[in-house]
Design a protein around this ligand. Structure first.
Ligand code: ATP
Ligand code: MG
Length: 358
């Protein structure tokens, strides 16, 4: 049983507080992804879990065992880093076998483990090659193989795919996901990449300044972000935000007071006595309007065709705004377009603290 329980873990480097005090409960066999801006403490937290960095205070449990004073080598955790260093003079096979030989494991057992990992990772054809004769993605898989053969209770990955090109990244991402389902091991994966976070995670931890902003299933984090930070961080391109204020019975855009803001009916009560709020609309929820009456009229000033869809950029109520449209619309710079917000999909946030209004 390898659940991970973090109770009020704090980390300071000298006077500098990196993690003020964090609680997190990761279930056995769960695949959890840490995301957050650079410097928010993802690697630090991972290193604390691995035992490579002491926490300043708090408690860490793996399964039922408190491991604060258990050295890294005894925690039964395997960590794969971004800059995986393979032994250049050893074959792929020996790179994977080395740690097991050090443990004094029998040749037969080592061979069985290496071949099983190689099978899982589709690197059997390269077992006798040296790392320099492998592509970046193949090397990355060997680095993972080295972790897998140890048969750890927990895998920690710190941005392991960031050295790979886009296509390989996609492939290895799928492989890791499949692997996690096969190995049934608890995994924590750190990434900057939206798509990786959304597609791989059972649950995502969104971190900022060493604090958890939200911990939830990818679809929940996407559909019901806890605050404006999470709303802006998860989803690419980012959610569009507009300051709005009360006017008569409804709300208008701060930057265009003649324009009614599309506030979901279901949220009107939750707004309470607020005179202003922040309206959030994702690029995919601004859709070309059938009817110009009541629509948001804009002039396209930048077009980014992505193939499957096209991003159009424009100014709306004084805010740089992005809408994702069907490429068949063939929008061009200078085109005037009428958009309607899918009101039911809009989000509201408190203007002062950014918390979601629900
Ligand atoms: N040994 C150290 N001494 C002092 N400060 C440190 C040390 N290690 C990390 N930090 C600081 O702690 C903060 C968190 O660093 P960390 O490496 O955990 O961030 P991260 O979320 O992994 O960022 P990135 O996405 O860039 O990898 C940063 O501000 C960093 O400068
Ligand atoms: Mg890091």
């Amino acid at each position: 049983m390898a659940s991970i329980t973090i109770r009020n873990i704090a980390k300071k480097f000298g006077e500098l507080t990196i993690i003020p005090g964090l609680d997190l409960e990761i279930a056995d066999e769960e695949f959890v992804v840490f995301v957050g801006p650079s410097g928010c403490g993802k690697s630090t937290l991972l290193r604390i879990i691995a035992g490579l960095e002491p926490s300043t205070s708090g408690e860490l449990f793996i399964g039922e065992t408190k491991v604060n004073d258990v050295p890294a080598s005894k925690r039964d955790i395997a960590m794969v880093f971004q800059d995986y260093a393979l032994y250049p003079h050893m074959t792929v096979y020996d790179n994977m076998a080395f740690a097991l030989e050090l443990r004094g494991m029998s040749k037969a057992e080592i061979d069985q483990r290496v071949r099983r990992a190689a099978g899982l990772l589709h690197i059997e054809p390269f077992l006798e090659r040296k790392p320099k004769a492998l592509s970046g993605g193949q090397r990355q898989r060997v680095a993972m193989g080295r972790a897998i053969v140890r048969d750890p209770k927990v895998f920690l990955f710190d941005e392991p795919l960031s050295n790979l090109d886009a296509k390989l990244r996609g492939q290895v991402r799928t492989e890791i996901k499949a692997l996690s389902q096969e190995l049934k091991t608890t995994m924590i994966f750190v990434t900057h990449d939206q798509v990786e976070a959304m597609t791989m995670a059972d649950r995502i931890v969104v971190l900022k300044g060493g604090e958890i902003q939200q911990f939830g299933r990818p679809e929940d984090v996407y559909e019901t972000p806890a605050n404006q930070f999470v709303a802006g961080f998860i989803g690419s391109p980012a959610m569009n935000f507009f300051d709005i204020r009360r006017s008569g019975d409804g709300f208008v855009f701060e930057g265009a007071p003649h324009l009614a803001a599309p506030v979901p009916d279901g949220l009107k009560a939750a707004l309470g006595g607020r005179s202003k709020a922040v309206l959030g609309i994702r690029p995919e929820h601004l859709v070309p309007a059938d009817d110009v009456a009541g629509a948001l009229l804009v002039t396209i000033d930048l077009v980014e065709p992505l193939g499957s869809d096209t991003l159009t950029h424009f100014d709306l109520a004084g805010v740089r705004t992005v809408a994702r449209v069907n490429p068949e619309l063939r929008p061009k710079v200078g085109d005037g377009l009428a958009f309607a917000a899918q009101v039911g999909k809009a989000h509201l946030f408190d203007s002062a603290d950014g918390k979601a209004i629900r």
